[in-house]
Design a protein around this ligand. Structure first.
Ligand code: ZN
Ligand code: ZN
Length: 245
């Protein structure tokens, strides 16, 4: 049994197309809400900490382009639509299990994160090669970034970045709840990574935190290097890290 059949039998008997549509809309709504909440909270929390308590510092003080947030939000929402479509197709290839333990859920999210972290590094490097950089240029239009830029990218890039993990999930038979939770976790992490804010800016010795906060912003500033998703480990291993001054 896959999840669309579950929607069909539980909610809308004898209406397979309507239950498919409802399922699609539910995934889109969950991911779009997660995108909006993650970006809105990240942006406003950091603004509040900085203006009220003088905590942290903005990394790149260049002003935003005109209507940049609007541009980031619209293309980010298109990415959500593409991710929804990929998950929707993916659900036709996985068996829906109605029970899922917390341990399994956490294990799934950790595994999905590790797979995505590696595939993102490889694909991000490939997207910077001359033939493909036109596609990736869409994401680099945002510099400095706001959290809303986290999934603002060309539709082709959105498909490319999701494919390796989606294929892995078919073989691994990941539960739909784990898939959605992994996507939400990626959104929270990447919204933070695009916040252009170093919350530990005043603590010079917490280098690992500073590195995590600053390294993707540096990628947007310099246009190359620091290709990783979770941190600098792949960049250090393959010699693509931008030196941390
Ligand atoms: Zn890039
Ligand atoms: Zn970026």
């Amino acid at each position: 049994m896959h999840i669309i059949q579950y929607f069909q039998t539980s909610w809308l008997p004898n209406s397979p197309s309507l239950s498919s549509l409802l399922f699609f809309a539910t995934i889109f709504l969950i991911l779009e809400l997660a995108y909006i909440i993650a970006c809105f909270n990240t942006e406003h929390l950091y603004r509040f900490l900085h203006h009220k308590f003088n905590i942290g510092q903005y990394i790149n003080n260049k002003p935003l382009r005109e209507n940049q947030r609007k541009f980031e939000f619209i293309s980010g929402s298109v990415t959500t639509l593409i991710n929804t479509l990929i998950i929707f197709i993916l659900c036709h290839f996985i068996i829906f299990q109605q029970t899922l333990s917390i341990t399994q859920l956490l294990l799934d999210v950790v595994i999905a994160t590790l797979v995505y972290d590696l595939s993102f590094y490889v694909l991000h490097r490939i997207l910077h090669l001359p033939g493909l950089s036109n596609i990736h240029h869409h994401h680099h239009l945002n510099s400095p970034t706001t959290p809303w830029a986290c999934i603002s990218m060309h539709p082709v890039e959105a498909i490319l970045l999701q494919l390796p993990l989606a294929i892995f999930m078919v073989f691994y038979q990941m539960n739909i709840i784990s898939i959605l939770l992994a996507n939400i976790w990626f959104l929270i992490g990447t919204a933070h990574g695009h916040s252009n804010f170093d919350v530990f800016g005043h603590f010079k010795h917490h280098n690992w935190v500073n590195r995590y906060n600053r390294f993707h912003q540096l990628h947007h500033q310099k246009g190359k290097g620091n290709y990783g998703f979770l941190g600098t480990h792949w960049d250090r291993l393959f010699n693509s890290a931008i030196p941390n001054k």
